[in-house]
Design a protein around this ligand. Structure first.
Ligand code: PLP
Length: 369
């Protein structure tokens, strides 16, 4: 075997995730691996769950990181909450809403959608209109649509869903740690996130949170949860209570990493972290505009952590990305789906959201363009 690991470049990660990982998180991964039933490790799990509750602004007892990336969080939420024949409504304005539709369909749900133009937000009025005439068991939306850089009005939609009686499921993979996410206040019944975006931890875990209402739905299912690995009724017996029941071997060192990443975030303070994202986003936009570049999304709906930049006419977007990677050791993202070839996606996620990184990227773009 060649020692390829010794040759891994130190790349400035300014794409749609993963983001740059701070030294303290790498140090956490290097701590000795404990057994998954070890008392010391269980104390670390408990502390992490509590810190996730703080981060998500929730009292939900069932708050923990599922083993796997953000998609594992999506899978865990849907397989537990959706049964064949359930009527569900998915609000779609990008790739990650489409994935929810696909997954709910695979579970045999009767899936309705409300679709909005990519690059624009979900409109609460349209949701209100639909909920007046149709009854759903679950309504799902992506908070930060990473494929376009749009922030969806999760709080406003939450008020409508609550009145309708449906469960409210939110994808907070990209939003958590970069903009406010307030589970309890916003009436969210189930939420999933991921480690590799604004939490600045390598990919591998998916924080999830479920209300008691959501747990009741799981407990009253007609059939067993169709996924063994993601069955929350079993996973909670490992994460909670005086006696822990083995389900699967927890990814111990990834849990150390997330523990360290969340501790760093809470230490800096949520308000300061959000402000750092906002300020650097505004600085990036102003520097890009100086280069003659324009943004895809209208200012009021832009995400600070995911900036979609229109590729100018006559520019080969892939070769710009390749040169940034090869000559400047910087990664940015390409457009997805209908936006492929039309936009670049520049991430300012977590630890990456710093002025010096904006300067390095815009300097590199100046020379490449
Ligand atoms: C909004 C959103 N949801 C879900 C996912 C899936 O996460 P992962 O790629 O970590 O499985 C992503 C990843 O980019 C995302 O941006």
């Amino acid at each position: 075997m060649k020692n390829l690991l010794a040759e891994v470049d130190d790349v400035l990660l300014m794409g749609p995730g993963p983001s740059c990982v701070p030294e303290q998180v790498y140090e956490a991964i290097r701590r000795p691996t404990l057994g998954h039933m070890d008392g010391q490790f269980i104390a670390i799990m408990d502390e992490l769950s509590e810190a996730l509750r703080t981060l998500l602004h929730t009292k939900n007892r069932l708050t923990l990181p599922v083993s796997g990336t953000g998609s594992a969080g999506m899978e865990a939420a849907f397989v537990n909450l959706v049964e064949a024949g359930d009527r569900v409504l998915i609000l779609i304005n990008g790739v990650f809403g489409k994935r929810m539709q696909d997954l709910a369909g695979r579970l045999g749900a009767e899936v309705d959608t409300l679709e909005f133009e990519w690059g624009t937000p979900v409109l609460p009025d349209a949701v209100a209109e639909r909920l007046k005439t149709e009854k759903y068991r679950l309504v799902a939306v992506v908070h930060a649509e990473t494929s376009t850089g749009v922030r969806n009005p999760v709080e406003e939609i939450g008020r409508l869903v609550r009145v309708s009686g449906a469960l409210y499921l939110v994808d907070a993979v990209t939003s958590l740690g970069g903009i406010p996410v307030r589970c309890d206040e916003w009436g969210i019944d189930a939420l999933y996130s991921g480690t590799q975006k604004c939490l600045s931890c390598p990919p591998g875990l998916a924080p999830v949170s479920f209300t008691n209402r959501a747990i009741e739905k799981i407990r009253s299912r007609r059939d067993k949860v169709p996924s063994w690995y993601f069955d929350m009724t079993m996973i909670m017996n490992y994460w909670e209570g005086a006696r822990r029941v083995y389900h699967h071997t927890a990814p111990i060192n990834m849990i150390y990493a997330l523990h360290a990443a969340v501790a760093l975030l809470l230490e800096e303070g949520e308000t300061a972290v959000f402000e750092r994202h906002r300020k650097n986003h505004l600085y990036l936009v102003s520097e890009l505009e100086k280069l003659g570049l324009s943004m895809l999304v209208a200012p009021e709906f832009r995400l600070p952590m995911l900036n979609s930049v229109v590729v100018p006419d006559g520019v080969d977007e892939a070769s710009v990305r390749a040169r940034l990677r090869e000559e400047h050791r910087i990664e940015i993202g390409a457009g997805l789906g209908p936006l492929a070839g039309k936009i670049w996606r520049i991430g300012l996620m977590g630890h990456t959201a710093r002025r010096e990184n904006v300067d390095r990227l815009t300097g590199a773009l100046r020379s490449v363009l």
